[in-house]
Design a protein around this ligand. Structure first.
Ligand SMILES: Nc1ncnc2c1ncn2[C@@H]1O[C@H](COP(=O)(O)OP(=O)(O)OP(=O)(O)O)[C@@H](O)[C@H]1O
Ligand SMILES: [Mg+2]
Length: 366
């Protein structure tokens, strides 16, 4: 029997929790011709499950006959890759129609542009894409383009600006992007892309602790590994609802449990150093490095406090800064989802063992 937990990024894990409703709502919206979700952005911090969400939506929609889904990777050649993929994924009947489009042909190596169109430029590709989408729309085929981990690069800006022209022409084309909160904000605030400000954002946050608890109990019992209610609860708390942590702890505990037949409180404390080290290595170091020095200072001040729920006033005193300064950094960290509010004027870390991590980072700083 394979380990049912999968702590790798970007793969659909066998044990999947929680996002059913948002996913079904989204898929339902796509069937509505006037949906605001024609262009939508999934956002959330690292490891929350954006790629998993995107992959699931993409797989489900691909099964529908009148849908073509193209998953684009950030980088160069967005338009060419899109054109190639649309052709490859079309049925033979549609391929025949596309083959009649003037000046282009498709072969095993991909799109060929005839010399009569001149040296291909961005607008050549834009024209070809538009013709393809018109053909597909006429045939009743809808297209979903997905782009994972967007950033406001030049190429993406130009792609999204052109996409906006396509939707104005009432073509059956939809766009679903994912990104870290700060990258999504930056993209939405680009001058040429303000239409994105009106596109719905799908926020992914922590998984429900209730569901995590239930899943641990179910999976371990099905695998004939003893796990008491009390220890299942401890495990649940150790994840704080963080998707990656749920998979990682499940994976480690299952592996050990399968060998000795049970997972006890002692087993969990033996696993703790590995658990924390993996969280740090695969997620926290990246999250932390992406913050500015001032953000990090704020996090350090928080981590030095004894309590887990911290008063913002205390941090202000510790850092000796104005309340305007403090509220700006508080806001930035809330947006990045590494902290959350707990009652009036109080905040806490969102991620499990993040406090310990920040303290350690400080210790080893040069
Ligand atoms: N709904 C879910 N239920 C359980 N586990 C999940 C769920 N969604 C994601 N995970 C797990 O969380 C981890 C991170 O998922 P994923 O790679 O999708 O995150 P991400 O938001 O794309 O991260 P990054 O910003 O680093 O790309 C993976 O181990 C995945 O198996
Ligand atoms: Mg991802």
């Amino acid at each position: 029997m394979h380990n049912p937990f999968n702590p790798s990024f970007g793969k659909i894990p066998p044990v999947l929790l929680g996002r059913k409703e948002i996913q079904e709502d989204y898929l339902e919206e796509l069937d509505n011709p006037n949906t605001p979700y024609q262009t939508a952005i999934v956002y959330g911090m690292r490891g929350v499950g954006k790629t998993t969400f995107l992959t699931e939506v993409s797989q489900k929609l691909s099964k529908k006959e009148d849908w073509l889904v193209v998953d684009l990777a950030m980088g160069n050649n967005l338009l060419e890759n899109l054109i190639d993929d649309l052709y490859r994924k079309s049925t033979n009947k549609i391929k025949k129609i596309l083959d009649t489009l003037k000046g282009i042909s498709f072969s095993a190596v991909g799109l060929q542009i005839s010399a009569s169109l001149g040296k291909p430029t961005v607008s050549t590709y834009q024209g070809i894409l538009q013709s393809i989408l018109m053909t597909l729309t006429n045939q009743g085929i809808h297209v979903l383009i997905t782009i994972d981990e967007v950033k406001a690069t030049k190429e993406l800006r130009s792609f999204v600006a052109f996409y906006q022209l396509l939707i104005r022409k009432n073509l059956f084309v939809n766009l679903l992007m994912t990104g870290l909160p700060e990258n999504v904000s930056e993209l939405q605030n680009e001058d040429v892309l303000t239409f994105l400000l009106r596109s719905p954002r799908i926020g992914l946050s922590a998984l429900s602790l209730f569901e995590i608890n239930l899943a641990y109990k179910k999976v371990f019992s099905q695998s004939r590994i003893e796990l008491s209610d009390e220890v299942a609860e401890m495990m649940t708390k150790m994840t704080k609802g963080y998707s990656y942590a749920f998979q990682l702890l499940g994976y480690l505990a299952w592996k050990k449990g399968k060998k000795i037949g049970e997972v006890t409180a002692d087993v969990l404390s033996d696993l703790l150093p590995t658990y924390i080290a993996e969280l740090e290595k695969n997620s926290y170091t990246k999250i932390y490095q992406e913050f500015s020095e001032k953000d990090q200072e704020f996090l350090q001040a928080m981590a030095m406090m004894d309590e887990n729920v911290i008063s913002v006033t205390e941090i202000r005193n510790k850092l000796g800064k104005s309340s305007g300064y403090i509220s700006m950094y508080r806001r930035r960290l809330l947006d990045a989802q590494v902290i959350e509010t707990r009652g009036y004027g109080k905040i806490t870390f969102t991620l499990p063992y993040f406090k310990e991590f920040v303290n350690e980072m400080e210790k080893f700083k040069w």
